[in-house]
Design a protein around this ligand. Structure first.
Ligand code: HEM
Length: 235
């Protein structure tokens, strides 16, 4: 209806046939957008490598950028559920899995860069690094934790494990992120301002998680209380 409808002489109208409401695909660009956005850091590395613009130590540069991108995507995937709970947004949960898988993808490339171009697959040095250098040990543990999460990210895995068990397993993503932040802090040694930003964001996300968990626990207790009127309201 326009603002001028009143001025239009009345015309006999055919019985109004309402068009069926169009079920537009909700945010159809969301997943492709995340896909392209998540590949942008890799494209940037490839482009700079092809132009020899990766600085004096290109291997360390690539290794660091891949590690940092993995951490950013991991934290982003962990921010999806708190965003839904705090802001009521539902769209982040639809890209949570994609973000988590991209985090794993970048972490794998980061580890590959360490193993092959950096250490030349010298297993003696690698084993010594993993066992003797605490910053490498925690990075290794973070990566080990990410592996089962990536391999059980499918709907079939949720069905196989049951939602409760699957959910509990996937809470390990927080532990992996904490270890990755410690890895980052121990790696930079002196100026820890950048890793501390990630530590604070992660701390805030964990606080939301703990607050939600505590609220749900007290709601469940309330439900079980003798004489309670029924299930507790809004979560
Ligand atoms: C086997 C597992 C891992 C190994 C061996 C490893 C190794 C390394 C090494 C050697 C560096 C320093 C590179 C350099 O300065 O030359 C580094 C940096 C880093 N790694 Fe890892 N890493 C592992 C897992 C991870 C994981 C799982 C994450 C994140 C999810 C991660 C995130 C980072 C970050 C954020 C940096 C510092 C980036 C910067 O300084 O800008 N790493 N890692």
């Amino acid at each position: 209806m326009t603002a001028f409808d009143d001025a239009v002489p009345a015309r006999p109208r055919a019985p109004a046939r309402r068009p069926a409401p169009r079920q537009a695909a909700p945010l159809p660009w969301l997943k492709p957008g995340v896909f392209i956005g998540a590949l942008a850091p890799l494209a940037s590395i490839a482009l700079r490598a092809s132009r020899d613009e990766l600085g004096a130590n290109p291997i360390a540069q690539v290794e660091n950028e891949l590690g940092l991108t993995a951490l950013i995507l991991l934290v982003a995937s962990l921010a999806c559920t708190p965003a839904r709970r705090l802001l009521g947004w539902t769209w982040p949960t639809r890209v949570r899995r994609e973000l988590g898988l991209f985090a794993f993808f970048y972490a794998s490339l980061h580890v590959f860069t360490y193993l092959v171009p950096d250490q030349g697959l010298d297993w003696g040095v690698i084993v010594e690094d993993v066992t003797r250098r605490p910053f490498i040990t925690v990075g290794f543990l973070a990566f080990v934790l990410l592996v089962p999460l990536a391999f059980t990210s499918t709907a079939a895995s949720i069905r196989r494990l049951g939602y409760r068990r699957w959910n509990r397993l996937h809470q390990l993503a927080y532990l992996a992120a904490v270890l990755a932040v410690v890895h980052f802090i121990w790696r930079v040694k002196i100026d820890v301002s950048q890793p501390l930003i990630y530590a604070s964001v992660l701390g805030a996300l964990l606080l939301v998680r703990v607050a939600v968990w505590a609220r749900q626990r007290s709601a469940r207790r309330e439900e079980r209380r003798p004489g309670a009127s029924g299930p507790a309201t809004s979560r």
